[in-house]
Write a protein that binds this ligand. Sequence first.
Ligand code: UDP
Length: 469
Amino acid sequence: METTVGRHRRVIMFPLPYQGHVNPMFQLANLLYSKGFSITIFHTNFNKPKTSNYPHFTFRFILDNDPHDERYANLPLQGMGAFSRIILFNKCGADQLRHQLELELSAKDEPPVSCLITDASWHFAQSVADCLNLPRLVLRTSSLFCFLIYASIPFLDDLGYFNLSDNTATPLLDGLGYNNVPDDKRLEEQVAEFPVLKVKDVIKIGFKKDNDGMGDIISNMVKQTKASSGIIWNSFKELEQLQLETIRRDIPAPCFLIPFAKHFTTASSSLLDQDRSFLPWLDQQPRNSIVYISFGSVAQVEEKHFVEMVHGLVDSKQSFLWVVRPGFVSGSTWLEPLPDGFPGERGRIVKWAPQQEVLGHEAIGAFWTHSGWNSTVESVCEGVPMICSPFWGDQPLDARYVSDVWKVGVYLENGWKREEITNAIRRVMADEEMREKSRGLKQKLDASLIEGGSSYESVESLVDYISSF
Ligand code: UDP
């Protein structure tokens, strides 16, 4: 086992314990390791990484290590409620983080620590790092556009966008069915300050100024990201050029845009076991013939919406591979609500898949996604067009960009309606122009990775920057 031999600088990394945050942090860790840094990972017990997949890293438990600590017991594991843990850790974690960092900084048998890299949502880490004179970089796992919108939440709230959600649009977030929304024309209007968005996109974010713990997390995340020594994004310059210019104007910390999926897979950081048994079946399917369906690691649907999805899929008559995570349908353990005979010969259902590998498979013709940022970037990396069914947070913003700006997908913006699902699937599978645009985006991304390209330069300048501390 190689650990610190021949490695003269160490980076301490602290991911947020959710799949969509763990994956890019471990991809970044692999990248920095490949550039000669020694890696120490701080992690929680909740959603702890599979440490045996990383014999070359050092791991330290932090925050919820005491099984008798009642603060962390009985917190929800699925849906929006799962994030209550983040609120609590941010409130209570400073002393433990400081203590562990002090131990690392004084360790004689390890290389000296260059910097701390934490998820941007660990906002409490900034003041701890400041006290120890330790540079803290953040990994922001959403788009640059999402950061700009999150930074504008107080302003959008003052303009009254979120009041609308109290009155007419609450059902938008109520199970995300959208079916019972009163016919309020304002929801379809453009947001004057961000014309790419409709008012309902802003409401679907689901957090507003000071409304709850998540509102606070977002505003502190923005504040402490601005105060950090650098921001690493899972993205590439050609995808978000204007946003990058805006951020560079407003924030002194340097930005590094790296499309992680092009560097390392997420296979070893998967918290769930990836089922590979369907791959021989996938190998036999014609090129671009399969719809890959997955809604990420946290989202949940109501049973009636799940049934609507099934009907939309059946009526599209397309073949599919569907990841249905246990717990995805509220109130069910796994597939109980499925009608008899489904999926039949046309499809396969698995609990969890090697998503990047699947998206790179030539049989995949479209990705029906919840528009999580990792999933979106992974799809762009493979040139696969998307059908977007966002739930909350950054997802409605990503979906709007995919459909209206990059034009590499369709946004199912009225919720779970079988006819619309059928039409969207058929359209994306058949639309050659959209497929061509998806390929074009992938080509830009591939070009950015070649020496002299923007993503290549980002990696090099990040390594130089960390080495300069
Ligand atoms: N993923 C996976 N297998 C699956 C579904 C998802 O490995 O069956 C991975 C996917 O490749 C991505 C992550 O889980 O890296 C999900 O992150 P994303 O930001 O898309 O969504 P979140 O789970 O945070 O909502």
